[in-house]
Design a protein around this ligand. Sequence first.
Ligand code: ATP
Ligand code: MG
Length: 467
Amino acid sequence: MQFSFETTVRIVDALAGKGLGEEIAVHGWVRTRRSSKSVTFVELNDGSCMSSLQIIFDADSPVAADELERMQTGASMEARGTLSESPGGRQSVELRATEARVIGEASADRYPLQKKRHSFEYLREIAHLRARTNTFGAIARLRNTLSMATHRFFQDYGFYSLHSPIITASDAEGAGELFQVTTLPLDELAAAETQLDYSRDFFAKPAYLTVSGQLNAEIYACALERVYTFGPTFRAENSNTTRHLAEFWMIEPEMAFCDLDGNIEIAERYLRRLIEAALRESSEDMQFFDKRIRPGLLNELEHLLASDFTRITYREAIEALQRSGKEFEFTPSWGADLQSEHERYLTEELYNGPVIVTDYPKEIKAFYMKLNPDGETVRAMDVLVPYLGEIIGGSQREDDLELLKRRIDEAGLDREAYWWYLDLRRFGTVPHSGFGLGFERLVRYLSGMQNIRDVIPFPRTVRSAEF
Ligand code: ATP
Ligand code: MG
């Protein structure tokens, strides 16, 4: 038997009836094996879907008994036989094997994945094997569905995919939390306690891993009109939360000739498209999440699709919170950021659906957001959803040269470092807008998983970077 893309059927297709009545070959890893006197059943999973294919070896099977014995949980194998309808079984089809062999053995009692349900903490320690579990297989497939839906959505609206740099010499928001990139001999320097001489460093100046592709996306939006980035993002978040990773993926569309209203419209359509894609294209996995991870998830998502997105200003949000009569840990007041308890009240209690909050005080938002005529607030928008809080943050960008210079000064940043950013406002400036959506926050929301470490294949967090 030889591997071939032509003759091998993926289990997801076999279960849908592809090759029914014909001789097919399948590959995968043994989930379970049961034997009775005359017949052995092997549940084979190849990661193409949640379900496994049942392989049947009956009394007159030509496969030797010692080969059957090697088909233990975790072993890899191939099997060939006729795909037939399953009489009254849980599954629609089954494979009656005429040929089969184990490719890579696994000793069932030493295999780290046992039949019992393992804790997510334990599975994080064996991230090289957790992809073979139902939950992590489903997460991997959902990520695939959502990333393809992202590309399709933006392509449908005439956006160009942009590869923004991963190494950057500018700190996008002056916000800190940067990983520095250097080839300086840090050990030697530390031993000698010398001053850092950046002229000896690779870029001859300090450089960092990017915290956002936005500023680069603005450059291309001011030439191609609509672009989006979908790339890795790094933040040295020195906190242990279930919402923060040190390395995560972000989607950042940027549109020229577009104001805050246009930005909100695209954000809302994009979010709806993502949810629809998850429900339609990953329905088996979503049903699993609904049953095993977060009961009620599917209802919540259907409810969100049917809801209007409520749009309020930051001022209205603060007033609503103050009127609510609720005891918040953080008292809502003008000029303070919305806390997650506030976001939950707005989305889960007051409006019972997604809420878009706009026009925040300039002090709590980044320097590049467009100043409103009131001189106090900026054209920012955050999209909040029930149970998660903020899922998207964005704004219309300041396109007025003089105002932008002033905002850079106020933020304590160096105008010189942003000369190119200012140039975009000197030559053919245009109203433009964009937003960022954290991919892992999205996956966490749509799967109902509790911890962001469990929705990315290989999580990097403070003091932890394995595999
Ligand atoms: P938070 O207040 O939760 O730290 P933020 O205000 O720092 O978020 P932004 O700078 O607006 O976030 O980043 C855009 C999006 O990136 C966020 O809406 C969120 O979805 C995601 N995000 C931000 N930080 C992280 C992180 N450390 N890990 C995973 N996703 C993140
Ligand atoms: Mg943050």
